[in-house]
Unconditional design. Structure first.
Length: 357
């Protein structure tokens, strides 16, 4: 066995249908009593369901801020911080996907307030000490153990409304964390277990969700998989796939989960000559792979009925060269050397929507 280091991230997880009823106790457990609730405008009605639950547990929310938005812009954070001070909140509860949890992290790291997450997508931000923020059109990412939320309530009931399309792409976004964790330079056997179990749970449940979005068992299994994959993202380093998605999303304004979904089989195909063991282990947990992980991913994406080309989200053909230039300009570790020409071809395939090989 290879030597390794393992740093488990601290954090409490409460999992299961109806577990939101434990929110008041979780807040009291932190010795807090005045939570600020956060959501996007789209989930402003849904987050109000927390108010009667808190009242039943003798907790009165300090306020509700429903302006969370993609890429955690700092001007929204500033507005939320002012509101946090005015309403006298002593903790934050972020209810939603990566965008809302990003705002919760941004407030928590600036104020020191405890952060409780109620995730409603599969993106996994709640399990990471990472925060991406946008100021003056530039997105920067920082990592700090203090950014990691302290308590996470995974209540499947709030994922039932996640539209089929976003469920599919958000789930593949989660699988991407696990796949890159398998071949991370600082990976370890514990993270490998989580990565394989998380990938299997999502690959089995997502096709069911796309056809039967209200299947509670499939939704629970997907959320369990997303939790494990989120832990992978929060524990070890990511490489080509995540860096490329960051470049494409940031430079060409492409949607987060959809971009991850399109790029994943291509990024893995690029790395495949250098990661034969990972390819085999992945193939073992992907249904209908017949021993070929790329085939398994292609089958999964076909079943999920997702868009396969970045051009379908507005990326122009001339952007392929620009993306390749940007992608090679910032060196980082990857199992296969980052070479401009083969990478340009990978990006072209993602743009065109060709099947990965
Ligand atoms: P999101 O949070 O942007 O949500 C997308 C849309 O779906 C929003 O309008 C949201 O309100 C809505 N939505 C979410 N859950 C819903 C539900 N259950 N029912 C109905 N509508 C629902 O999407 P996301 O993919 O979860 O997060 C993407 C963002 O998170 C990106 O900015 C990404 O960079 C960030 N992210 C960060 C990390 C990290 O570790 N820092 C990890 C993953 C993602």
């Amino acid at each position: 066995m290879q030597p390794f280091e393992y740093n488990p991230n601290p954090g409490r997880v409460v999992f299961g249908s109806g577990s939101i009823k434990k929110l008041p106790d979780e807040i009291k457990r932190l010795n807090k009593s005045k939570p600020l609730l956060l959501s996007t405008p789209q989930q402003a009605d849904q987050v109000k369901a927390l108010e009667p639950i808190l009242k039943d547990g003798s907790i009165a929310p300090a306020g509700l801020f429903s302006e969370a938005t993609m890429h955690t812009p700092t001007h929204v954070t500033e507005k939320a911080l002012q509101y946090t001070r005015e309403c006298g909140a002593d903790c934050v509860v972020s209810f939603g996907g990566g965008s809302t949890i990003g705002l919760g992290k941004a407030i928590s790291i600036r104020t020191g307030l405890e952060h409780v997450c109620v995730p409603t997508t599969y993106a996994g931000s709640e399990m990471t000490p990472i925060l991406g923020e946008t100021a003056e059109g530039r997105k920067t990412t920082k990592s700090d153990p203090k950014i990691l939320p302290g308590t996470v309530i995974y209540d499947v009931d709030f994922t039932m409304t996640l539209p089929e399309g976003l469920s599919a792409t958000s789930g593949v976004n989660a699988i991407a964390h696990a796949v890159e964790a398998l071949y991370a330079r600082n990976t370890n056997p514990v993270i490998n277990l989580m990565a394989l179990e998380g990938t299997k749970a999502l690959a089995e449940s997502l096709p069911i969700i796309v056809n039967k979005p209200h299947d509670v068992d499939a939704r629970s299994k997907a959320q369990y998989g997303a939790w494990l994959c989120g832990m992978c993202l929060g524990s070890v380093g990511m490489s080509l796939h995540h860096k490329l998605c960051h470049t494409l999303g940031g430079s060409f304004n492409l949607p987060h989960a959809e971009t991850h979904t399109i790029v994943l089989p291509h990024a893995i195909a690029y790395n495949s000559p250098k990661i034969p063991e990972t390819m085999q282990r992945l193939a073992d947990v992907l249904p209908e792979s017949h021993g070929d992980a790329i085939r398994g991913l292609n089958v999964l994406l076909t079943k999920l009925k997702v868009k396969r080309g970045l051009k379908e989200y507005g990326m122009k053909e001339e952007d392929v060269d620009k993306a390749a230039d940007i992608a090679v300009s910032n060196p980082y570790w990857n199992p296969r050397e980052i070479e401009k020409e083969p990478l340009r071809e990978t990006i072209r395939r993602c743009w065109a929507g060709e099947e990965a090989k």
